[in-house]
Design a protein. Structure first.
Length: 324
């Protein structure tokens, strides 16, 4: 871990991206500018959360400048422990509980509370399989499908062209923890007698298979998760008995940063969203704007009902004044 932290410090020196332009506009006067480094992981929702928080801190509170350090989950968490990173806006630490518990016991990280209440994940089907869709002329093909125990009856709806006589369940790409969990579910419920556990080559391929079937009005069964843009765009239903344990998705802060930045800690302790909120701005990112910064601006312009609950009135006024 010590070596990782040293490496993170070197990465920080060369790879941190300094926020400029719109994120510096309208900043109230303050003598000392404090730098805040956010863990910029690879998925879209954390990128948007980072930039929402950065805009509020820089333009609402003033006296702060935000930097974003890109990386993978565990190296970024180690950077948070070592102080190279100040804030992780979206920590899915139930995926690495031992590392997280060790850091909490050592007092090197502070949990500021829930960003979103859970990250649903499991096996989904299009709602029209169960209820039909009269507007699209689709009749229900699996009206009695409720739980994983019902799936043997419906294998013929999703035939696997590579394995005649069996259906296909998209269990996830190779190497994902969710893929292993899906295969364990198939084994537990005897579904290998009826279905092939199909492994798409990537997350993008998994999403493409779901969207393609949905757009054609055809049945589809497979693993997915929220928050994601596609789950905002498609009307999908989780099959009972396939839901994985909900993930803890919290905001974490380096312990020393927590002590040195009480104003930041208080703001982030108030910061809270829902899965639906995330799906909404991820859909905006997917369909309306070019990048996470623009999605953050959209959120601040359109969701005052939410973000104004996190900050004092004067801070909210400063943010409004700085928005384009």
């Amino acid at each position: 871990m010590r070596n990782i932290c040293r490496a993170m410090a070197l990465v920080l020196a060369f790879a941190v991206v300094t926020v400029a332009g719109v994120f510096a506009a309208g900043q109230p006067d303050r003598e000392d500018v404090v730098q805040i480094v956010f863990a910029d992981a690879s998925w879209d929702s954390i990128l948007v959360h980072n930039r929402i928080a950065a805009f509020i801190l820089e333009n609402g509170y003033g006296g702060y400048t935000a930097d974003f350090l890109p990386g993978d989950t565990i190296p970024l968490f180690n950077g948070l422990i070592g102080g190279q990173i100040d804030v992780n806006m979206e920590s899915w630490h139930s995926n690495f509980p031992e590392v997280y518990e060790t850091a909490m016991e050592a007092g090197s990280v502070v949990n500021l509370g829930v960003n979103l209440p859970d990250g649903p994940q499991g096996w989904y089907v299009p709602r029209f399989m169960i209820e039909g869709d009269p507007e699209r002329g689709i009749e229900a093909t699996a009206p009695d499908l409720r739980s994983i125990e019902d799936l043997p009856e419906y294998a013929d709806l999703v035939p696997d062209p590579e394995n005649p006589g069996k259906g296909r369940i998209y269990v996830g790409p190779p190497g994902w923890a969710a893929t292993e969990t899906s295969e364990e579910l198939m084994e537990e419920y005897g579904l290998f007698d009826y279905y092939t556990a199909f492994l798409p080559g990537s997350g993008a391929a998994l999403a493409a298979s779901m969207r393609s079937a949905y757009d054609r009005g055809e049945p589809w069964i497979g693993y997915y998760w929220e928050p994601t843009a596609i789950m905002y765009q498609l009307d999908m239903v989780m099959i009972e008995g396939t839901g994985f344990p909900p993930a803890d998705v919290d905001i974490l802060m380096n312990a020393e940063s927590y002590e040195n930045m009480p104003e930041v800690a208080e703001f982030l302790s108030n910061y809270s969203t829902s899965v639906e909120d995330n799906n909404e701005f991820l859909n905006v990112l997917d369909t309306m704007v070019d990048d996470a910064e623009e999605a953050a601006i959209w959120f601040l312009q359109n969701r005052e009902d939410l973000w104004t609950q996190w900050v004092p009135d004067q801070v909210a006024e400063n943010v409004r004044a700085a928005l384009p």
